[in-house]
Ligand binder design. Structure first.
Ligand SMILES: [Zn+2]
Length: 372
C-alpha cells in the first residue's frame, strides 16, 4: 500500500492499533503482564476470552491492549488508519465482528464492523465523499464507546448496553471511499491513480485540489450512483457542467458502475436494514425525504434526531435530491433513511471540530437503534 501511517505520524503501527502481542513465558500472570505493559488484567482477559488466566500455557500468544481509548479525534484519517483502528477495536473487544463489503477502485478493502445480536438490523456509513472524512471517526468512536459500555455491562448515553446488544445488530462502514480519503488527506502522492486524479482535477480548475475532491479515485461521485432518479441527477449535474469524470458531482456512465457504490448496494440487499444513516458534511442538517415517500415514523425519528443534536430537519433540495444512497434506500424499502450533514464550514472540516461533531451526533447514533 502507498500509505504509510508510520511516516505520517512518526508513531509505530502498534500505537494506532492500541495493542501488542506477548508470548507467555514461565511465571507470567495476567497481573504481572498488566504491570509490565501498563494496562489492566481486565483488559487482557477481555481481549483473550479463550485463555484461562489461572492456567496459562507457555507459548500462547496473548493480545495485550493499552489502557487508553483507541479512536483519535486529532489526526488526519487514511484507509490504513481506518484498518488499524478496526483491527484494534476487534482485538480489544472480540465480540465485535469485522470484514469487507468489497474493494475500492485501487483494491483497498471497504471494511465493516458489526455490533450486537439483535433481530433489528441498522446500518450507518460514512465518507462516501472523500473530503467529508471527519465522519469516519464519528462512527469509529461510537463503536468504541458502545463496545466499552457493553463489555462493562454499563450504559451507553443512558441506554443499558447489554439490552441494546440483544435487541439490535448495528453494521458500520466508516469509510466507503478509501481511495478518495487517501487522496484528500495527502496519503496518495504518486503513481498512476494519483496522476489520473491530477488530470481530472485539471479539467475543473475552480475546484481546489485535492481538498475539493469528493469523488472516488476515478472521478465518480459515489452518492450520485444509485438507481433512484439517476437520470434526473444526470440531467441536473450535466447542466451544471459535470459531464466527465470530476472531483465531484459526476454521476458516472450508468448507475452502480463505481465499485464502492455497488459494494454498499449489494451489502444493503444482502441484509434487512430497518433504518440507515449516511454521514456527510456539512451544514448541521438532517435530510429525511425522497420525493413523496413517507416511510412510517420517518419524520418523527427525524424530529427526534433534530432535538437530540440541535441540527435542522429539512427536505432534500431538489438539485441534490436524486441518486443518493438514502434516496435509493427509501425508495426501495419504504423505511427510514437519513443523510446527516455534520458540522459547519467548508469541507474538509478541520479535525478541531471533531469533538463537537461527536457530541452533537452521539444521540443520533444511539437513536438510530432505539427509535426504530
Ligand atoms: Zn457528502
Amino acid at each position: 500500500m502507498e500509505t504509510n501511517i508510520e511516516e505520517e505520524e512518526g508513531r509505530p503501527a502498534e500505537y494506532f492499533k492500541g495493542y501488542v502481542t506477548h508470548v507467555i513465558e514461565n511465571g507470567d500472570t495476567f497481573w504481572k503482564l498488566a504491570g509490565k505493559y501498563q494496562t489492566t488484567a481486565e483488559n487482557i482477559m477481555r481481549a483473550n476470552p479463550g485463555v484461562n488466566p489461572w492456567n496459562l500455557q507457555v507459548g500462547t500468544v496473548l493480545n495485550v491492549p493499552y489502557d487508553r481509548p483507541l479512536v483519535p479525534g486529532d489526526v488526519l484519517y487514511s484507509s490504513v488508519l481506518n484498518e488499524y483502528l478496526i483491527e484494534g477495536l476487534t482485538v480489544r473487544y472480540p465480540f465485535l465482528e469485522s470484514g469487507s463489503i468489497g474493494k475500492s477502485v485501487m483494491g483497498k478493502e471497504i471494511l465493516y464492523l458489526k455490533i450486537g445480536n439483535g433481530k433489528k438490523q441498522v446500518f450507518y456509513n460514512a465518507s462516501f465523499h472523500a473530503n467529508e472524512n471527519i465522519t469516519t471517526p464519528v462512527l469509529l468512536k461510537f463503536a468504541e464507546e458502545y463496545a466499552r459500555a457493553y463489555a462493562q455491562g454499563g450504559y451507553l448515553y443512558g441506554t443499558y448496553a447489554p439490552q441494546l446488544y440483544e435487541d439490535y445488530t448495528l453494521y458500520l462502514v466508516p469509510m466507503v471511499n478509501p481511495d478518495g480519503v487517501d487522496l484528500v488527506n495527502g496519503f496518495l502522492r504518486g503513481g498512476t491513480y494519483y496522476g489520473q486524479a491530477v488530470d481530472i482535477a485539471a479539467r475543473y480548475p475552480n475546484i481546489p485540489f485535492p481538498s475539493g475532491w469528493k469523488a472516488n479515485i476515478d472521478g465518480i461521485d459515489l452518492n450520485l450512483q444509485y438507481p433512484a432518479g439517476w437520470e434526473n441527477a444526470r440531467e441536473i449535474k450535466y447542466a451544471q457542467g459535470y459531464t466527465t469524470p470530476a472531483p465531484r458531482d459526476y454521476v458516472g456512465e450508468a448507475p452502480l458502475t463505481a465499485p464502492e457504490s455497488r459494494a454498499v448496494y449489494e451489502f444493503t440487499l444482502a441484509h434487512d436494514f430497518s433504518l440507515i444513516l449516511a454521514y456527510h458534511t456539512q451544514g448541521e442538517v438532517i435530510y429525511w425525504k425522497y420525493l413523496d415517500y413517507n416511510p412510517q415514523d420517518s419524520y418523527a425519528i427525524a424530529r427526534y434526531f433534530g432535538d437530540v443534536s440541535g441540527y435542522d430537519v429539512e427536505e432534500t433540495p431538489s438539485a441534490s435530491g436524486y441518486a443518493g444512497y438514502k434516496d435509493w434506500f427509501i425508495m426501495t424499502y419504504d423505511r427510514p433513511g437519513y443523510t446527516i450533514e455534520a458540522g459547519r464550514g467548508v469541507s474538509p472540516l478541520p479535525m478541531s471540530q471533531f469533538d463537537k461533531i461527536y457530541e452533537d451526533n452521539k444521540r443520533i447514533l444511539l437513536g438510530g437503534m432505539t427509535q426504530i
